[in-house]
Design a protein around this ligand. Structure first.
Ligand SMILES: [Zn+2]
Length: 485
């Protein structure tokens, strides 16, 4: 991970030297990711793809026992917490329920006690979760485990989308490769070593879109990855500016919630399928949409449980929190780790793509995407409400005080102001007494990492006031709840 002083140094370089720096960084990562055990791991993961459900489950149990046995022996946190638990007797995944849940806060406070004590932390690769201010966690990876992770991503993500690591790629994500204050292009940088073009997600607009598309064309990129919201914003801006479509082999999005209007824009402008990928820096629960459009979990990454608020398992079809036990990183094992994401196991687990891996759905936000009522209750699971009107491109709820919020709506094709009513009604129905003011916006503001969220509570994010105040304090006609303008 690039540290702040390195970032400052990087920003001071001329563009050509920035590209040299990125290419050297790419060369170093390349040895780390694709050296060592990578070739063998790639073969092993490929062999696992068409295994039956039973074969995969027994393989997972074997991995789980290996991780647990080593964790209680060599990882201080688990040696302490699991005292008295009969690890060798854990026979099935249901037996996992005897182990306590682990949350991000606990991990953050004692990061190093989660490391295998036989490892030297200085020799491990460090990756930080983005998280909102103050909740970021450092994940340590032994190089060998990173190589297995890359093999899983190559087979389970890139091959599924019909592409591979070696194909030139454009990346539109949260990397601050160009200073935010920069007002003139180029808003992109090359990593020659990896044949990758990194584009800033912060500078996309109708006036810069033509330049972005031309840069991607010149780079010969055949596929595109990044945040769905950022890629959709580029597609929309380009279409608005009358730029002709740019054909890609595939677009793979991750990192924020892909709303239906975003997918539509991406598939239309880039003239290919848009695949939604699910994951986190901890890489304990990974999922990838298949050609049939269903999200399959990658069993190599971890064992996933869906839990309700009381910590009991949710039945298929019922949304709960994704809790996962990672099988890739045995240097920093995360066991029954609460990811903070909400999802449901699909009721129908058979898929026409032929894969037998578990299917999840309703993966449309995080458990902390909730609103606070006047009497202090927290109401979540609002993502379905926000999909009520097909003419809404994307939407977000911004809460400024208990009992009151703004519903920001970015209109899509054919949108009429009355289309916001079903969304408002649905939210009110879930919450009860609550005031929701509708604001139409040209764009949904992003968090500092470039992602968009379904719900933003400004009381917890004072840093975001500046981005939201022009939108919510604007003196445009206010649509009262239930009233059609
Ligand atoms: Zn499938």
């Amino acid at each position: 991970m690039i540290h702040d002083w390195k970032m400052e140094l990087y920003w001071r370089l001329p563009v050509v030297l920035q590209e040299v720096a990125l290419s050297v960084y790419g060369w170093r990562l390349n040895r780390l990711y694709y050296g060592g055990e990578f070739p063998a791991a790639l073969q092993a993961v490929r062999r696992r793809v068409w295994r039956s459900r039973e074969e995969i489950e027994s393989w997972q149990m074997e991995q789980l026992r290996r991780i647990l046995v080593s964790a209680v022996q060599y990882v201080p946190h688990y040696r302490e917490r699991y005292r008295g638990v009969d690890i060798p007797n854990l026979r099935s995944r249901d037996d996992l329920s005897v182990l306590p849940l682990l949350d991000r806060q606990e991990l953050r406070q004692h990061e190093e006690s989660f490391l295998d004590e036989r490892l030297d932390p200085r020799r491990l690769f460090k990756d930080k979760t983005s998280g909102s201010t103050g909740t970021s966690v450092t994940i340590f990876w032994p190089p060998r485990c990173l190589q297995w992770l890359q093999a899983v991503l190559e087979v389970r993500v890139r091959y599924v989308a019909g592409v591979s690591q070696s194909m030139p790629r454009a990346v539109l994500g949260g990397r601050p490769i160009v200073r935010g204050m920069r007002s003139r292009p180029p808003f992109w940088r090359r990593n020659w070593y990896w044949k990758q073009l990194y584009l800033s997600s912060y500078h996309v607009s109708a006036s810069t879109a033509r330049g972005y598309v031309a840069a991607i064309r010149r780079s010969k990129a055949t596929w595109l990855t990044g945040y769905g919201s950022a890629i959709a914003a580029l597609a929309d801006s380009a279409m608005l500016a009358g730029v002709s479509p740019l054909k890609m082999k595939a677009v793979v999005v991750s990192g924020d919630t892909l709303q239906p209007g975003m997918r539509w824009s991406i598939e239309r402008f880039f003239d290919c399928k848009c695949y939604d990928m699910y994951g986190q820096v901890e890489a304990v629960a990974l999922g990838m949409e298949c050609r049939a459009g269903r999200m399959h979990l990658m069993p190599d990454a971890g064992i996933v449980e869906i839990m309700d608020r009381d910590g009991s398992p949710c039945a298929p079809g019922t949304t709960g929190e994704v809790v996962a036990t990672g099988l890739l990183n045995d240097g920093m094992p995360l066991i029954r780790y609460r990811t903070g994401d909400s999802a449901a196991l699909a009721r129908e687990q058979d898929c026409s793509c032929g894969s037998s891996h578990p299917i999840i759905e309703s993966l449309e936000g995080r458990v902390d995407d909730y609103l606070v009522t006047r009497d202090g209750r927290q109401i979540g699971r609002l993502s379905t409400a926000m999909k009520r009107s097909p003419t809404i491109h994307s939407a977000q709820i911004v809460q400024d005080k208990p009992g009151h919020a703004y519903l920001l709506i970015r209109p899509g094709d054919g949108y009429l102001p009355r289309d916001s009513k079903p969304v408002v009604d649905d939210v009110i129905e879930r919450i009860g007494a609550f005031d929701l003011d509708v604001r139409e916006v040209a764009e949904i503001p992003k968090t500092p990492t470039g992602k968009t969220r379904l719900v933003v509570r400004l009381s917890e994010r004072p840093d975001l006031w500046a981005a939201y105040s022009p939108v919510i304090e604007r003196a445009t006609p206010v649509t009262e709840v239930g009233e059609v303008r």
